[in-house]
Structure formats: C-alpha cells, structure tokens
Design a protein. Structure first.
Length: 649
C-alpha cells in the first residue's frame, strides 16, 4: 500500500499530494526534500528508487518519473519492506492523465484530480493482483507438469532399458533402426532443432563412417574447400602482410634511453645531485613559531586561480561555442569530429522535423557517449548511470527546430557532469579558524589503499596550511608499514613541523589520541593523521581504521586515491564507506564516513580523467585536493571545467 503520492515542479513548487497512511512519523515534505538533495540534484535520476530513512519510523522507498516537457516530477512513496509491482505503471498513467487534463495555464485547483487518481490506483492494483494470481496458477501447473514428466520419464527409461536389452540380443541392424526411430521421436516431441544443431548434424553425418568412425580425409577436404574461396584467399593475404610487418618491427633497432648526467652544470653550480640532496633542513622563514618551512619551494598551487581558459562553454550565457558555430553557418551546425560527429549524425537522421525527443532518438548518441566516457577511464556502471540520467532529463522536451539540437544535447551532458563534480567542497581554512576559536585543534585523517601517496600528499597539505599561518602537527599512525615513520620524519624535518610518533606495533587509535592531546597542549591549529595503507577487503585493518575514527572523532576524513584507476575506484570507495559504517564500534550513534577525496598522480593521466567522476559519483564526496607533481607546491584544486571538457572531447 502506498504511503503518499506527490506532484511538484522542478522549481520546487508542490502542486498536489495525497497521503494514505495517517500514522506517518515524518512529513512527506521532508522526504521529498531528501529526494531532491540526495538524488535529483546529485544527477542520480537514473536510479530506480531512493531510500529515505526518517529520524523516527521505518525506511521508505521513493520512486519517481519526470515530465520534462512541463517540468513536473511525480513521486510515489511506500514502505521499503513492501514489493509493489504496480508503482511504475501508476506513475506512467498518472503522468499522462495529469499533464493532459489538469495541468493547464491559469489552473491552480487540483482537488478534482484526487478522484481520478484513486480510480487509477484501484485499476493498477487490480491488474497487479490478477497478474500475481495468474503467475501463481502457472507456477502450480508447471510444478504438476514437471512431476508428471518425471514420472513418465522414469517409465520410459524403464521401458527403454528393457528394449535395449532386447536389441543386444538381436543383430546390429535392428539395433540401429530402433535407435534411429527413437531419435526421430525425441526430435518430434521436443520441437525443431536450431540451425546450428542442424549444421552440426549434417557435418557429422557427412564425415561419419558406417562403423561410426571419423574420416579425417573428408574433414580436411571440407576445410580446404572452405578456405579456398575469395574470402579465404583475402584472409590468407592479410595474414602474410601482418607477418611481414611483424618481422620488420622486430628487425628495427630499439631506441635507447639517454643516460642522465650527474656532474656539475656549466655555471659551476651543483647539478642534479645537488638538487636531490635533502639531507639537511633548509633555513626558511618562520610560520607561527615554526622554523624551517620549505619556503624555497614557492607558493602552493592551491591558491592559484583556474588556469584553463578554453572551457567547453563560454561565459556569455547560452551562447556556447557550438551554438555560435551553427549561427555563423546560417543555421547549419558545422560537422563535428570524433564521437560527437557520429553522435550528431545519428541524432540528425532520427530527430529532424520532430517536436520532441524520445528515448529511441537519443539511444545511438547515448551509446556513443557511454563508450567515450569509458575510454576516459570512467567506470562502466557510472558511465551507464550518467547516460541514463541525461536521457531522462531530455526525453519529452520540445524542440522548435533541429538547429539547436547539437548545442542542446551537449549542454545537457555538460550540465550533468558539472553537477556531479561541483560538489559542496569543505572550506578547510574557515573550519580551522572556527575550531581554533573553540580552543581545539582541527583533526584530519588520511586513509586509502596501499601505495597511492598518502604521506606525500599529507606533506603537501601541511605545506599549504603553513603558508596560511597555521601551526601544523603531524601524527605518525602508520604503525604497520616498515619505514612509514622515517618517511614522515623526513617530511617533518623538511617542513619544520613537529611530529608525534611512538614507533611501530602500537595501537593507531591510541597514538592519534595522544597526538591530539599534545597538539592541544602546545596550541597547534591542525593535526594531520597519517594511517597505514589497506586494501578495501582487509577486514582487520578496516576495523582498526573505523576504531581510530570513532575514538578520535576527526573533523575531516580524506580518502586518498589514484587518478589512474578506473572501475577499481568505485569498489574502493564503496567498500571503505561500507566498512566505516558497518564496523563502527558498538554504541556509536553515527558512523563517520568519507568527507572528501584527494586525487593523486593527476599529472600522469593526460585525458583519462574519468576516475574523478567515478569517485565523486560513488561516494558523494567532493574532490578537495589534486596532486599534480612531486614537490610540495604541486597541489591544487580540481578544475571542473577542464575535466568536463576532457570527458566530452
């Protein structure tokens, strides 16, 4: 049974609602707002349902559909434990009825729609019950037929066993005739065989001998005959050319890598060896009482503006680059290249002259775009969901002419991808100041899988915070990996910040708690906690991480991930969040999930930027920092416009 049904505009105006359950412990408006914030604004409209967990009461499932032409959203809510098979049909019928009969200019009274909806609901429930009963009857008949068939099969096997014994007593010809008649009867009762089976049977009959042996001579002649045609000769020539090309590649000399010269430069200054000598701490300007920050590194790139001026769309309102190109050619858009070329060519053939887009019109273009996203390292599941979400936002929208279709569709993809990546980022500097006013340090915990660069990017963030006059302390809570404490000591020495460490084989949660107490005593502003790398399937280490976060209640939990991964990014984030939720200690009122993402090795991927989209979509957390080099200044914000352009090129 439904709990309630609602109709509202995409602008947020609630037009009509009908509540069936009087004992609801929450307002339907709260559930609708949660749907808008957690699904529709997150570009997750391709999901089949949204689960709303109120503060009191049972969880609810919300299903919805759009009327893009009128900008309406239709939502049905029911208990999550129920399985209502008629909800999708009810949403479709209600959408058409309301849009065609009741949503008209100047009409603001939708009370008469209640009777129409109740009648529609009864019809859908009746059809669903009838289908359920018919399915139960068919299942019962199938079970009875199966039991009868098993019984009859047993009798046939028993009779066949006797017949077989009789054939053994007779001559061979009688046995073969009986076997042939039995096979013919079986084929007639079971239906006609497939074409492949017939071809296989014919081939076996042609190659078989009367004594059921196999004539290899006939098989070889058949293979020579098959290869001897024009197609076979062309394939043979292609194979010969490929073999010749392989021989040429093997014979060509390999280019050797130029060796690095480690001597002194022409000016007499120290060369590469001098640049890489970090054995002594530099003399740098102080920072809030700290001496030794690596000032010679320069200003962190986190404080730079967006350097990408060639964005996908202009800043001049709706006049995008593609629409300008179309208007310059007298309304005919220039021929696009690559995936967009095939995208628009297929769309032009299907949509020209129509007044609204349908799913069939968009499907070829969506397939091409999904392939393009996957080539850009977006996880397959995420690419499919993004394309479905874009399709739902376009189906039913009216088009005045074909002139604006290209810019219209590209804008839809651009808006969708930008909406996913433009998450509400945490203002770390502002939150640190608020925490400092309370007299407590701001605690950041870094977590992630092995070898992604947690310690290195922790040092980059410490360098950036130090340039803003904040007192930073590092906490070496990676007590598992050999050399982890020494690595953090080197960074602390280079940065001139204190490091709290207790060596190895200690409880990381206790080490972090002691580090936070020391930082509070010394008046430190920020504590950066380094943790051990762990695979997402390692339950003991994931339980230890969950315990560390629960005991110390950090202000920010950052997941450090590589920009090189594709499908594995989704698996990592989903399992990390699930472990932090499920493995929280008993009695925890609220599990602390991942708050943000640090994307490392971003300078090594060229246009394969899809991992950023996959991570944000899978976790709902924003990309807060991007590592783009090996020095302390190589840390910056995610340029959303550049990423979107790379995904859509």
């Amino acid at each position: 049974m439904l709990d309630y049904f609602a109709i509202f505009t995409k602008g947020g105006a609630l037009l009509w609602t009908l509540q069936f359950t009087a004992a609801l412990k929450h307002s339907p408006v709260d559930a609708l707002n949660a749907l808008i914030r957690g699904c529709l604004l997150e570009e997750r409209s391709a999901d089949s349902a949204f689960t709303y967990q109120p503060k009191a009461g049972a969880a609810q499932s919300l299903k919805w559909t759009f009327h893009n032409g009128l900008g309406l959203v239709f939502v049905a809510a029911y208990q999550r434990t129920l399985s209502l098979l008629y909800v999708d049909e009810l949403l479709a019928v209600t959408r058409e009825a309301f849009a065609s009969e009741y949503y008209k200019p100047g009409c603001y009274d939708y009370a008469p729609f209640t009777k129409r909806f109740e009648a529609t609901l009864k019809e859908c429930e009746a059809r669903s019950d009838a289908a359920r009963r018919a399915g139960a009857v068919a299942a019962a008949r199938g079970a009875g037929a199966g039991a009868g068939g098993a019984k009859g099969g047993g009798q046939q096997r028993k009779a066949g066993g006797g017949g077989g014994g009789g054939r053994q007593e007779g001559d061979g010809e009688d046995g073969e005739d009986a076997g042939g008649r039995s096979g013919a009867a079986t084929g007639a009762s079971g239906g006609s065989s497939s074409g492949d089976d017939e071809a296989a049977g014919a081939g076996a009959g042609a190659a078989g001998a009367p004594g059921r042996g196999f004539d290899m001579g006939k098989l070889k002649s058949m293979s020579r005959k098959a290869v001897g045609g024009p197609k076979g000769r062309a394939q043979a020539r292609r194979g010969t050319r490929e073999e010749e090309e392989d021989k040429k590649l093997q014979a060509s000399p390999e280019k050797k890598k130029k060796e690095r010269t480690w001597g002194l430069s022409a000016g007499g200054a120290a060369g590469e060896a001098g640049k890489l000598d970090y054995s002594s701490a530099p003399a740098a300007a102080g920072n809030g009482g700290d001496a030794g920050y690596a000032a010679e590194e320069g200003v962190s790139r986190m404080d730079e503006g967006d350097e990408d001026e060639g964005a996908w769309s202009d800043e001049e309102g709706d006049d995008s680059a593609v629409s300008k190109g179309a208007s310059a050619n007298g309304g005919a858009a220039p021929a696009p290249r690559g995936v967009l070329g095939s995208f628009m060519s297929k769309l032009a053939l299907r949509v020209a002259g129509s007044s609204a887009l349908s799913r069939e019109d968009l499907q070829p273009a969506l397939d091409d775009m999904q392939r393009k996203l996957m080539e850009r390292n977006v996880a397959e599941e995420i690419a499919a969901q993004v394309c479905d979400s874009v399709a739902k936002s376009l189906v039913g929208k009216a088009l005045s002419s074909f002139t604006g279709v290209r810019a219209f569709v590209l804008r839809a993809f651009e808006d969708s991808l930008s909406g996913i990546l433009n998450k509400r980022a945490v203002d770390v500097l502002h939150d640190v100041q608020r925490q400092r006013a309370k007299g407590r340090p701001y605690v950041v915990v870094f977590c992630g899988v092995n070898g992604v660069g947690k310690s290195t990017n922790l040092a980059k963030i410490a360098y950036w915070l130090g340039q803003h006059g904040l007192k930073v302390q590092l906490a070496a809570c990676d007590t598992f990996r050999a050399g982890a404490v020494e690595q953090l000591k080197t960074h602390a020495m280079r940065l001139g910040v204190p490091l709290y460490e207790r060596g190895y084989e200690k409880d990381p949660a206790k080490v972090a708690a002691e580090a936070i107490r020391v930082a509070e005593r010394d008046g430190r502003d920020v504590v950066l906690v380094d943790t051990a790398g762990r695979m997402q399937d390692n339950e003991p280490l994931m339980r230890a991480l969950s315990s560390l976060i629960h005991v110390n209640a950090p202000n920010l939990v950052l997941f450090v991930g590589e920009a090189l991964v594709g499908n594995d990014a989704v698996d990592q984030l989903v399992k990390f969040n699930r472990a932090l939720h499920d493995l929280a200690p008993t009695g925890a009122t609220r599990a602390h999930m991942i708050d943000g993402i640090v994307l490392t090795k971003f300078d090594t991927i060229d246009d394969k930027v899809g991992a950023a989209l996959s991570m944000v979509y899978a976790s709902g957390a924003p990309v807060m920092f991007v590592g783009c080099g090996q020095t302390y200044v190589d840390l910056k914000k995610l340029n959303v416009r550049s990423v979107v352009r790379a995904l859509l090129q």
